[in-house]
Each structure stands twice: as C-alpha cells, then as structure tokens.
Write a protein that binds this ligand. Structure first.
Ligand SMILES: [Zn+2]
Length: 125
C-alpha cells in the first residue's frame, strides 16, 4: 500500500507542476489576426511566411511568399485552394457588401457550403 500512496503523491505533484506551467498567461501568444482584405495581402512582402489554417482538419500549412503576386493569389476571388492535409478544395469568395465600387475588398475562404473553413495569417518573424 505504501508504494501506491507514493505513486499517487507523485502524480499529484506532477499534475500541479503541469498546471502551473500552463498557467502564466503572459507567455501566451495573442491570437493571430487573419488576413482578409486585399490591402492586408498587399502588405505581405517576399520572404515573409504565411500560415494557411485549415479549420476543416485543424492543420496549419506554412507558405513562404516569394513574390507579391503569390500573396495576392490568396485574396483573388475565384481562386481555389486545396488543403494539402485533407485534400479538400476551398474557394476564395468576396465577402461583405458588393457593388459599392470601392477598392476595399474583403475575402473569405469557404467550402462548397459557403462556410469559412480556412484563413490566412502572417507568421511573426
Ligand atoms: Zn484541411
């Protein structure tokens, strides 16, 4: 019985350490901001890394941008993006009020049901 008690204590202490480690919120990174508008994509420079977050299969695909055009491809309405993990094809659609004639265009990456299922975010350097 003695050894079992010891084991239980160890697990308890270990669990406390684990939760203590998980606690400090200062180290927690702020939620990444998704790039949605053409202006935001236009600010992506070659050499920067973008993360394609697939909500369908919960994976992140890192893409290093080599040209400005490559970044702009990710906000071009009608372009299809295939997730390398779940092999599902998503489409970039225009989001928000249309026909206003402004240059500000917001996009969403949606599945065939029209649900947003992937987003692009900039990785910190
Ligand atoms: Zn996926």
């Amino acid at each position: 019985m003695k050894s079992l008690k010891y084991l239980l204590t160890t697990v308890l202490v270990f669990g406390t350490v684990l939760s203590a480690l998980a606690l400090p919120p200062s180290k927690r990174t702020a939620p990444a901001k998704a790039l949605r508008s053409t202006e935001e994509f236009a600010q992506v420079n070659p050499g920067e890394k973008l993360a394609l977050v697939c909500k369908q299969c919960n994976t992140v695909t890192i893409q290093t941008i080599t040209t400005k055009e490559e970044a702009m491809e990710l906000c071009k309405v009608g372009v299809e993006i295939t997730c390398p993990s779940c092999n599902k094809t998503f489409k970039i659609v225009r989001h928000g009020p249309s026909g206003k004639g402004g240059t500000h265009v917001e996009t969403r990456i949606v599945n065939d049901k029209g649900d947003e299922c992937m987003f692009v975010t900039k990785l910190p350097e």
